[in-house]
Design a protein around this ligand. Sequence first.
Ligand SMILES: [Fe+2]
Length: 295
Amino acid sequence: MALTIKPLQPLQASFAAEASGVDLKQPLDAATIAAIDAAMDQYAVLVFRGQPLDQGEQIACSRQFGPLDAGLRKATGAATRFQHEELIDIGNVALDGSVAPPDNKKLIGVLANQLWHSDSTFQAIPVKYSMLSAVVVTETGGETQWADLRAAWDALPEKTRRHVEGLSAWHSAFHSRMWLGDDTYTEAQLARFPPVERPLVHVHPGSGRKVLFPSVHCTHVSGMTVPEGRLLVAELIEHATQPEFLYTHSWRAGDYVMWDNRATLHRGRRYDLSARRDLRRTTTLERSAAPAVAA
Ligand SMILES: [Fe+2]
């Protein structure tokens, strides 16, 4: 059976689609990889159901789409319960396999993920796709929402477009965590991820469409006072995350969802932190020109 792509939303507005007809445990041929890349360029979120990958299979599958990144652990050096450095722990399972208690440091990451962001925009080498594999999901809550930032740009009033095009914002790995009250990072950790300047509007390489690109990782906007810039970013996030720009995914164990960080924002939704939730993320690095502001 060949790869089949079916939009998950009304056709004109759909930026999420369900992909079927492939077994992600097996190596994909070049034509299938190209078809998935093309679907990612057209949509931005692809949902594969019934693909329960083990850790090694997830690494092998993800690597077919680019070199893998290790995420914030590069700065924090936090221990991992996984067999591979490139598997990023999304969930509330502690190192010993139990559900993490409320005072466990990893829960700050769980909560920061509930704020609107694109993955790893705070690092100099930008990322492309993220892929999330669901191992254990909660009965209620814990959905992931994505916002279509190309549609958000298209719908922006002309006056606001003129205001934001050409502006750039600074992204910091620790901003969302500090906003949540976690200011326990050492100078050495902070120095490993110095803030990065990115345009508030960029062109998506795969589709040629413009993207409105605010994030909770933004600390300030160049050429504006800190409060002015933060209010502008908050206003843009509010615009981009209106219901008509959203896809909400209710997780089942075995789901594998890919998304393009250059064209979307996402956030996790609240869930009962005493209920076990175990998902693994892999993220590919951007191979072509970076949307970061040139030096
Ligand atoms: Fe994320």
